[in-house]
Design a protein around this ligand. Structure first.
Ligand code: ADP
Ligand code: ZN
Ligand code: ZN
Length: 722
């Protein structure tokens, strides 16, 4: 008999042995139905070989799904690496990587449209003058190369005619990837910097290498990606392009489609119907889809001819998954490119300090683009508005409203950025200083004007606002601070005729909402955009000439050591929305701390100086990238249980530690209570990644052995938030 090792979606870090008489190594990566306890479950065969269990106890698989969904060896290796590195059970890693439709025991086949090409006979055949449909069909193929059945139907080909042409030996069925690759017409004259970036990567397209494309906003990084992808396609390869945000996919998708109309392209993200997502995955997996564009989850997509990986906005925190398998898609993308012998391009205007550090040390190669691509576009001028001397009313200061009025008069677009949706982040009693807190979390409830309710942005709790102060009975409760809704209201009162468009998660919901918003902005239907983070990333709206940032102070006083790094890139990203077209841009940043050193670099828009200074600081104080972190996250409905487990975990870690690892005391998480649960954390740190990995293995084993009841815990390797 043959034995197979199966990964099953259970929180136990092992593979399970089964016998499978007819299995062979070609079944590795296939889904199987197996008996598990008293149930039948779906699993994935990860190996074929000698069992670890005594053979008498081994049950046999019920069915192997020999469909199109097989995970290829390189993806399995990636998953095994991820399971090991992120200390997550292999079965759960495998299942997290599968599109949801494949997590069920149904067979799936790729629906491929039939494609036809001319044979040499067909190419030379003399066409009968009178057979109209036949002429048009053959001529279409002669003109365009490969065509799908529906495309030929449009030229008048009936099924009978196609059969007839096959019988004559004039046409043949073909797989789409063989589609003749026509050289894309590139309309843009590359800038010198774009050309140089391309020239440097081009000779290395068939080998592994990490390229850090550090290009300011609007320098034309996307054009560089497009031209690299083009070269890879011309050689028959597939390209993977990762972006941080679902909303960025449509714009980018459109650009890629326009550039490569003849190749199949799919985008993959969580906001797709299950069947559709599975079909796209299968297309990539069959090599039919040549370009895969997606959010972090796309990093696991099987691509047999993967030859280029691009990670756009590589610094973005959303490449890190924050629950379950806490992976970094950027880091896994690099691992994957390496295993594959393919280049990976990390693009950003404000690279993460980790990547920048690698580039400085020569592990990555740096490409710099410091000019905007559009001949007339320059970097916007950035000015600070000192909140100590300029009063803000509903978040808006005089200098900002004057600037807005100027743009309105000139018929140009403005963007007002504020990092909080809702009306006001807190309801406040001026009498006794009571504030509206979430009963289940350690945060304030945000007042939303539209539905007149208080909402918790963390746990989703909502309640009507009290009529009187619950603490002193005062009837005059007031909103404190600003959210997007309040700023929208205030702007509308200031500028009654202005067309104001609010862009946050409340306003932009559903599959097409973003697309519509982007179109309205692009076609100039809005004068002022009020938006959150959603607006900050990557979008190209050439008519925006003024950007106001209302509230950046919180990050300047945050205890998280990454807060300033994130704020810096946020400010440059948001500023990057201004002046992308022919009109010059201006940025006003309102702050109470205008003398904070961060603003020196922001005003000069000097990422390199900022990065150098911060890296020196990180080195002297001993923070990443000079040390590596792993965070034990603990939560429990029982406060004491959480504290007790955290204390014991820290003590246990210290006992295990053979030097090289620093274990910090157990502390409450920044969000100390979430949805009624107490959250604690223990930080482990080491200058050596290997040592830290070794330590985590034993620590995890000990923690598991505690069999803690009422406590949930997870290790977060390379945590992005502390
Ligand atoms: P980035 O991704 O670096 O922010 P984009 O690739 O979105 O920049 O380019 C910014 C703008 O400049 C886009 O409107 C793009 O069409 C335009 N652009 C890019 N490259 C060129 C070029 N070589 N010549 C003219 N315009 C360009
Ligand atoms: Zn009160
Ligand atoms: Zn809450």
């Amino acid at each position: 008999v043959v034995f197979v090792q199966v990964a099953v979606d259970v929180p136990v870090d092992k593979q399970f042995d089964y016998s499978a008489p007819d299995a062979g190594i070609e079944d590795i990566g296939r889904r199987v139905i197996v008996p598990f306890g008293r149930k039948r479950v779906l699993g994935v065969i990860v190996a074929v070989g000698r069992p670890a269990t005594p053979t008498a106890q081994i049950k046999s698989v019920e069915a192997i799904l020999r469909d199109d969904s097989r995970l290829p060896p390189d993806v399995l290796a990636l998953l095994e690496f991820a399971a090991d590195y992120y200390r997550h059970p292999i079965g759960q890693v495998v299942f997290a990587a599968l599109p949801p439709a494949l997590r069920r025991g149904r067979a799936l086949t790729l629906h491929v449209e039939q494609h036809f090409r001319l044979t040499s006979q067909g190419r030379e055949a003399k066409l009968p003058a009178r057979a109209q449909r036949l002429r048009r069909t053959v001529e279409t193929l002669r003109e365009r190369g490969v065509q799908s059945a529906p495309e030929l139907a449009a030229a008048g080909a009936t099924a009978a005619l196609l059969r007839d042409l096959i019988a004559r030996g004039w046409i043949a069925l073909t797989l789409e990837p063989e589609r003749i690759y026509k050289k894309a017409c590139t309309h843009l004259q590359l800038t010198a910097e774009q050309q140089e970036a391309l020239d440097r990567i081009a000779p290395h397209l068939t080998e592994y290498g990490v390229w850090l494309l550090h290009g300011i906003t609007g320098s034309g990084k996307t054009e560089v990606y497009l031209q690299l992808v083009e070269r890879v396609l011309a050689r028959g390869g597939q390209a993977m392009v990762l972006v941080p945000e679902i909303n960025l996919t449509p714009q980018l998708e459109a650009r890629f489609r326009a550039r490569f109309p003849q190749v199949e392209q799919v985008s993959l993200h969580s906001n797709l119907a299950e069947v559709e997502r599975a079909q796209r995955w299968l297309k990539a997996s069959a090599g039919v889809a040549r370009v895969v564009l997606g959010t972090r989850l796309a990093v696991f997509t099987p691509m047999p001819r993967l030859a280029l990986v691009v990670v756009d906005e590589e610094h973005d925190a959303s490449f890190k998954q924050n629950d379950g398998l806490r992976y970094s898609a950027r880091d896994l993308a690099i691992y994957r490119a390496k295993a594959r012998g393919a280049p990976v391009v990390l693009g950003s205007a404000t690279p993460s300090l980790e990547s920048y550090h690698h580039a400085q040390r020569g592990r990555y190669r740096m490409l710099t683009m410091s000019q905007r691509a559009h001949a007339q576009a320059r970097l916007p001028a950035i000015r600070l508005v000192d909140l100590r001397v300029n009063n803000a009313e509903h978040g808006l200061t005089d200098p900002l409203t004057r600037a807005l009025a100027g743009r309105l008069a000139a018929g140009e677009q403005s963007l007002v950025f504020i990092n909080r949706r809702g009306y006001a982040p807190v309801l406040y009693c001026p009498h006794c200083a009571w504030t509206s807190g979430c009963p289940r979390c350690s945060v304030k409830l945000v007042f939303h004007r539209k539905d007149q309710r208080l909402w918790c942005h963390h746990c989703g709790h909502s309640e009507p606002p009290p009529r009187h102060c619950p603490s002193c009975g005062n009837a005059d409760l007031q909103p404190l601070g600003e959210g997007t809704q309040r700023v929208e209201d205030a702007l509308q009162r200031h500028f009654p005729p202005a067309r104001i468009l609010r862009i946050d998660r409340d306003a932009v919901r559903g599959r097409d909402a973003w697309h519509q918003v982007a179109q309205r902005v692009g076609s100039g239907e809005a004068d002022i955009l009020v938006g959150t983070q959603l607006l900050a990333k990557g979008h190209d709206f050439p008519r925006i000439t003024l950007v106001g940032m209302l509230n950046v102070d919180a990050a300047l006083v945050s205890p998280d050591f990454r807060a300033t790094e994130r704020l810096f890139s946020l400010m440059l990203q948001v500023a990057g929305r201004a002046g992308r077209g022919e009109l010059p841009g201006e940025v006003l940043i309102q702050t109470t701390f205008p003398t904070h050193p961060l603003f020196d670099w922001v005003l000069r828009q000097d990422y390199a100086a900022f990065a150098r200074a911060l890296l020196i600081e990180r080195k002297t104080t001993g923070f990443p990238p000079f040390v590596h972190h792993a965070l034990l996250r603990i939560e429990s409905a029982n406060e004491e249980a959480a504290q007790e487990f955290a204390r014991a975990a820290a003590a246990g870690a210290r006992a295990l530690n053979s030097g090289n690892i620093t274990i910090y005391d157990a502390v409450p998480a920044p969000l100390a209570r979430l949805a009624g649960r107490t959250r604690m954390q223990v930080l482990a740190e080491s200058p050596s990644r290997t040592k830290l990995q070794e330590f985590l293995q034993t620590w995890q084993r000990e923690l598991t052995a505690k069999n803690a009841r009422h406590v949930r815990w997870a290790l977060d390797v390379d945590p992005q938030e502390l």
